[in-house]
Ligand binder design. Sequence first.
Ligand code: PMP
Length: 366
Amino acid sequence: MPITHRVYNFAAGPAVLPMPVLEEIQRDLIALPGVGMSILEISHRSKTLESIMAQAEADIRALADIPDNYRVLFLQGGASLQFSMVPMNLLDAGAVADYIDAGSWAEKAIDEARKVGQVHVAASTKAEGYARIPEPREMTFSPGASYVHITSNNTIEGTQYRQLPDVGDVALVSDTSSDMFSRPIDVRRHALVYAGAQKNMGPAGVTLVIIRDDLVRRAAGRKSSLPTMMSYAVAAEHGSLYNTPPVFAIYALGLVMKWLLAQGGLAAIERVNERKAAALYAEIDRSGFYRGTAAAPDRSRMNVTFRLATEDLEKRFVAGATAAGLDGLKGHRAVGGMRASIYNAFPEDGVAALVDFMKDFERRHG
Ligand code: PMP
């Protein structure tokens, strides 16, 4: 069988998946061992899917040390639907929800929450182009807020929280779409964590939600007034099987979780991620030819954003890199420049290849 040529995929998501996961999917695609049917064909009410979901949940719980008083849900609609589900289920009537506005996706979450209820922006770095995470002393939380919402990693601007804000007893809700399982996560300090799978956890189509029981109860109070498909309480009661779930995406996510466990879990993958990011930032900082766009203390280890002196040079950089097998380096259209997304499954030799390309490009254009 010819081996398909694979480029280094720096895309922000959907993104690169671990080779052993792709190989297992390929090997078992026609018939799951012992089942005689493809994962694409099995019933969502089958014992097979039941055990695939149970195993994926067990592995997620083991990886992130999730306490028993949290539910693990597999939902659809992407992280974007969570922008609506969070306030619809959790923003109490007459109360306010606090949001930290530290990136373009945080702003989208705020826009959706405002359609549902009262929002207070507890801190914002929008005026600085979201180049940094607000300092704790800049955050003004509302007394009695229904929850505080943060975005743990700002995919577009390339910043990441190093420490969680101290929100006291208020429920902390975090959109971890672009750094979920890239480092240890203290679930106990969160009331709800959500993430689209398509960056660090699997293919597009499934959204992971980890929600504490008291929030499920809060959501249960709204059940009769919410669309059924938008209720955390319904999803929790039915074990994410109220309707047909994204079977294939959950299966593939489960394989990625197995792969992560085999890498040594979250502390081990964090060390690899730190190494990859450090190599790239060192090259960005080496000579001044490249310019990192994120404030150094807040630099993301997942999405490395940088610029060149002119847009014309940036175009040439991206085109040259693509030709050299380094794909997906164009920055988000909202901010321009370059972005190297180096999620868990992105290989270290791909980072080395980009560093070599950067050095060579500087020699030719510096
Ligand atoms: N939040 C963050 C931090 C993201 O990076 C993205 C997608 N890039 C989203 C939300 C939206 O995710 P989805 O496409 O799954 O709705």
